[in-house]
Design a protein around this ligand. Structure first.
Ligand SMILES: Nc1ncnc2c1ncn2[C@@H]1O[C@H](COP(=O)(O)OP(=O)(O)OP(=O)(O)O)[C@@H](O)[C@H]1O
Length: 528
């Protein structure tokens, strides 16, 4: 593929070694088979972005990495490459006969759909290997998904330990409590914490004036009592590192063992730690560097990309729901309606190679479950979404509901309105073999704010957000939540539209979010 494929502002324009020629993945030290696997799975990924070019040498050098770059800038792709390097090179490219298989990489992700997406990307990258590896030996997923009981996952883990174990912190923690040996934590080479600001909560330490101090102290006490499972897991895995870091506080001259990229906990060091997100607030960074004790302070690299988390190409259209209907938010500026690029959804690009999708229907189960029960959703909001979807979406859109909203119920109601709606989870759970259909009919995927972070849905042109993320008091988490959900479009230099449907009374919050990310609301012509 030629150089004209560079559309992303973050893609490398010049190589440090050969001016004018983009740095290649090989130049960065990646094994040629890994590069081939990457490019046959993702033909669009030909050259590394600037951040990818910084990240790869850092991880190859065994450093701990804190990675921050805009949504849709290629962080997950990077981590997948790294996991493959860890898993596949050991197993397929440099086979050591007789070596007992063990888990080398642990990946903590915020929700099951992201776990499955990562798994399917790994599967796609290994699909050109010869001989074809058995996926359970390469990667496994451990999540609570209401379909497979964790005990089944535990048994597979015991019988066939994978190189890469992907899971939600809660599921991994549950397995740890049931059978710590099965996780083989002492043999780990790498720990990846995805969407770290979502998984590890920290509190901003502002100058405590009188009114603020009480709230800060209360939040600190709460966090001390409930640190969260991700912290607990990392405290267990990095117990030795924490001790070293604590000793260093008393003996400032003390240095840690230099880690090579293949060393493990058993060699006297802790596993390499990679943490990433599009939004890393300073209080979290300070916690990670100064307090957590997990990082190798001698060998930690911060890799930072563009400041802007929402691509300027995005159009933000914001509607407001009232009791009588839907109106545009006050202050929205008129805009030419941008016709989204025409194109058909390609479910294979979403989750995996075997996505065969069936048309939807309102099955009897759904009718029996929901028909007589009052809807928890505002009918005006759903009508606004269904109308906009019908008139504007060429191929695929995503509706993101509040974290606790019943997404199946939303699917039922939208289907009743004639919308080709599907739960997002159906793609991940069955590797795309769920009840979706490749069809002329555009698709509306339905998820919740708790299950949307990090998902890469390449065909998406519109994101509908029902309500403001992390509603309650407006703070940094609210803005970050919005950025992550809005960031499902406008990925890697692409365009897209974000339509937020809010209740009366939430206008001020919405305006503050948009001001913070320096975006102006744009009128939706369909509404007054
Ligand atoms: N070097 C590259 N060249 C071209 N496309 C790329 C490159 N790296 C990643 N992409 C594409 O960019 C899209 C977004 O990548 P990815 O999901 O890794 O982003 P992300 O930074 O993890 O996003 P988020 O912060 O939302 O989780 C993917 O569809 C991927 O194929």
């Amino acid at each position: 593929m030629g150089r004209s494929t560079y559309s992303h502002p973050n893609a490398l324009a010049n190589s440090s070694t050969s001016p004018g020629i983009p740095t290649t993945f090989r130049d960065l030290g990646l094994h040629p088979p890994i590069v081939s696997a990457l490019q046959s799975a993702f033909p669009n990924v030909q050259y590394p972005t600037e951040v990818q070019a910084k990240f790869i040498p850092a991880i190859l050098g065994g450093k701990d990495v804190l990675l921050k770059d805009a949504t849709g800038s290629g962080k997950l792709v990077l981590r997948t490459i790294w996991l493959l390097l860890r898993g596949i090179t050991i197993d397929l490219l440099d086979p050591k006969t007789g070596e007992q298989r063990h888990i080398t990489s642990l990946v903590l992700v915020p929700h099951r759909d992201l776990a499955y997406q990562l798994y399917n990307w790994i599967e796609r990258m290994t699909s050109s290997a010869d001989p074809l590896p058995l996926m359970p030996t390469i990667a496994q997923v451990l999540v609570r998904d209401g379909h497979t009981h964790l005990t089944t996952g535990l048994q597979t883990l015991r019988d066939t330990p994978p190189h890469i174990l992907i899971g939600t912190p809660q599921a991994i923690h549950d397995i740890f409590q049931e059978d710590a040996q099965a996780l083989q934590l002492t043999g780990l080479s790498t720990v990846v914490v995805d969407e770290v600001d979502y998984l590890i909560e920290t509190i901003p330490k502002k100058d405590p004036n009188k009114s603020f101090r009480k709230a800060f102290e209360k939040a600190s006490r709460k966090l001390l009592a409930h640190p969260g499972v991700t912290r607990e897991l990392l405290d267990i895995i990095y117990v030795k590192r924490k001790e070293i870091n604590e000793r260093r506080r008393d003996e400032p001259g003390l240095t840690q063992h230099r880690r090579t990229s293949t060393s493990r906990v058993g060699d006297g060091t802790a596993p390499q730690l990679i943490m990433s997100s599009a939004t890393l607030r300073s209080h979290l960074r300070n916690y990670l560097f100064e307090e957590s004790g997990w990082l190798n302070r001698d060998q930690v690299v911060k890799v930072k990309g563009m400041k802007r988390a929402v691509e300027p190409e995005n159009v933000h259209d914001d509607s407001l729901v009232s009791d009588n209907g839907v109106v545009n938010i006050e202050g929205a500026v008129p805009a030419e309606i941008r016709k989204a690029e025409d194109g058909k959804a390609d479910p294979e690009m979403l989750f995996g190679p075997s996505a065969a999708l069936e048309p939807p229907e309102i099955d009897a189960r759904m009718v029996g479950k929901y028909a007589d029960k009052p809807s928890p959703f505002n009918p005006n909001a759903f009508e606004a979404i269904a109308t906009t979807f019908a008139l504007e979406v060429p191929s695929m859109a995503l509706l993101v509901l509040p974290s606790t909203a019943p997404s199946q119920r939303a699917v039922y109601e939208l289907r009743e309105m004639g919308v080709n709606a599907h739960g997002l989870d159906v793609l991940g759970r069955n590797k795309g073999q769920g009840d979706l259909g490749v069809r002329d009919n555009p698709i509306l995927l339905v998820s919740t704010m708790a299950t949307t972070r990090g998902m890469d849905l390449r065909e998406l042109t519109h994101v509908f957000m029902l309500g403001i993320p992390e509603s309650g008091k407006m703070n940094g988490r609210t803005v970050d939540g919005y950025v992550h959900i809005a960031g499902r479009v406008g990925r890697f230099g692409g365009g897209g539209k974000v339509i937020t449907v809010i209740e009366q009374g939430e206008e001020l919050k919405m305006k503050r979010i948009l001001e913070t990310i320096e975006t102006r609301p744009v009128e939706l012509e369909l509404f007054d």
